[in-house]
Every structure is written in C-alpha cells, then in structure tokens.
Design a protein around this ligand. Structure first.
Ligand code: NCD
Length: 305
C-alpha cells in the first residue's frame, strides 16, 4: 500500500517523474480525461480549505473519476466521537483513495494504517503539507528550470507554517541550496527542522528577523500567513500578524528574476499591488497544485496512461 504522508517518502527521482507527468498533463489533457473512470477520491477535511480540497476534487474530475467526502468535521461522525482510524477504515470501504486534512499532527498517518486504500496527507496541524510542496516544486521548476543553486527565503510564521516545513524538507535534497529563514523570534522554524533536516544535509542557513536586510540575495521568496488557528492566545496573534508585509517598495531591492511564492490564503503579507509584478508566482502555484495532484493520484492508484 502506498501513501503520501511526508514529502521525504518521495525520492528525487519520484519528484522528477511526477513533474514529467504533470507537464505531460498540461500538454495533453485529453490523454488523461478518462483514465480514472469509476475510481473514487474521498476528501476528508476536518479543517478549512479552499485550494487543497477543491484542487484535489478538480484533479479527480479531470482524470474522469468521482469524488465524495466532507469539508467540516462537524458534518461527519467525528462529531459523535468516532476515531480517525475508524473513520478511515469506513471510508476505505467506499473510496479508492483518500485525501485527509486534520488539525492533529499525525492524523493522516494514523488513517493510513487502517484505511486499506492510499491516504494522502492534505495538511496535518502545524506539521506537514506534502502536496502543497508538490505544487511549489512544479512552480520552482517552471520558473527556474532546476532545483539546484537557489537561495530560498522563507518569511513569516515558520513555526506553525506546515508548508514551509515540507518545502525545506524537499529542497534540502538538491545541490547548492541555501535558506534564509525570516521570522519574528517567537515564530522561528522548529528545532527538529534545523537539526534533522538542514544540518543533517549540510544545508547552509541563516535566521533573521529582517526581510529588508535579506531580500536582495534571494532567488525565491516564500511568504506565509501567521497561522492564527494554532496560537494559544489572541493577543500574541494580534501582536505578530503584521510582522511582514511585502510591498512594491520592498521589491525594489530584490533581484529581477526573484520568484515570489505564497501557499495562500494571504491575509496581509503581500500587498495586492504586488500581484501585477511579473515576479509574483502565487496564483501560478494554485494551478500547478492541480496538475501535481493529478500526477500524484495516478501514481498512488498505479494507473498506467
Ligand atoms: C496552507 C495550509 O493549509 O497550510 N494553505 C494551503 O493549503 N494552500 C497555508 C495556510 O493556510 O496558511
């Protein structure tokens, strides 16, 4: 049984093959439009989502398959106290593949043990978000042509921002990659990412509280939202929420070929005036996410095209 719980489960070769498939889907959508006929994807979302859930559903429809599921936990039996493993075991009787988002770290892993069908982690608490990273990787590949020789700035809530954890994990396997980790003191990247991922792979990184001091050296600037729902108190959220706001003024100091990325939703971290800058890539990420989820579904269902 194959699942995607953590991006590290995919080798560099696996990533290359998924990207090749996604690029082929973009070129030849008609070849893929019936390949998942009579297959069902279940989307089990215990937390809010726009892009991840709808892109999974659009991906399955574009492969000719069907979709079932729920988009809030209080409309499922979780509200009656059912465990994640029982819910997964149940849904595995109806669907061929499951995409699950849950506020608890590790819930999709638990689900994968009883589901009997492939389970995809669509975001678990403040931990991981491997399919957002697949969207990010296709975007980086299409913008830069390679994953090597990049200085990547991650800015905002690096503590609770699960997309950043998975992105660092994926990019740490390529050549001559450096990270600039920009956050308030309270929202620095968790220690295990530094020791087990960055230092274990000899990846150079610096930590800073200043976007202005660092923007000029970056090839990629990955902005993130302060993750309000993971805070223990509202006062801390209000104090930290506008720590970084990217504006056209600040972008003047950036490289001409910088790629500005953001997993979205944005709250206030990127001024809408940046949207027209050719360096803004965040809506390209949205579309790339659908193609990579199509490629992932094909891989996990072992559909030959
Ligand atoms: C992200 C998430 O859910 O972690 N959104 C997404 O899936 N594109 C980022 C966020 O919510 O800030």
């Amino acid at each position: 049984m194959r699942h995607l719980i953590d991006i590290q489960q995919l080798s560099r070769e696996d990533i290359s093959r998924l990207i090749e498939t996604a690029l082929d889907i973009i070129e030849n959508p008609g070849r893929y439009s019936e390949v998942c006929r009579h297959k069902k994807l279940a989307t089990l979302f215990f937390e809010p989502s726009t892009r991840t859930r709808l892109s999974f559903e659009a991906a399955m429809y574009e492969l000719g398959g069907d979709v079932l599921g729920f988009s809030e936990s209080n409309s499922s039996s979780a509200a009656k106290g059912e465990s994640v493993s029982d819910t997964a075991r149940t849904v595995g009787c109806y669907a061929d593949i499951i995409a699950m988002r849950h506020p608890k770290e590790g819930a999709p892993l638990v689900a994968s043990r009883t589901a009997g069908v492939p389970v995809i982690n669509a975001g678990d608490g403040g931990h991981n978000h491997p399919t957002q990273t697949l969207a990010d990787l296709l975007t980086i590949y299409r913008e830069k042509g390679s994953f090597n020789n990049l200085t990547i700035g991650c800015c905002g809530d690096l503590k609770f921002g699960r997309t950043v954890h998975s992105l660092i994990s994926a990019m740490s396997r390529y050549e001559n990659v450096k990270f600039v980790l920009i956050s308030p003191e309270e929202l620095k990247v968790p220690k295990y990412i530094k020791t087990d991922v960055l230092e274990a792979n000899n990846i150079p990184y610096i930590e800073s509280t200043s976007l202005e001091d660092n923007i000029g050296k970056l090839d990629i600037l990955y902005m993130t939202r302060v993750q309000r729902e993971r805070f223990f108190n509202e006062a801390d959220y209000l104090r930290l929420k506008d720590s970084y706001v990217l504006t056209p003024e600040k972008l003047k100091a950036a490289k001409a070929d910088l790629s500005v990325m953001h997993p979205l939703p944005r709250v206030n971290e990127i001024s809408v005036a940046v949207d027209d800058d050719p360096r803004a890539c965040y809506f390209k990420q949205v579309l790339n996410g659908k193609y990579m989820r199509m490629a992932l579904i094909l891989k996990l269902l072992e559909v030959a095209v």
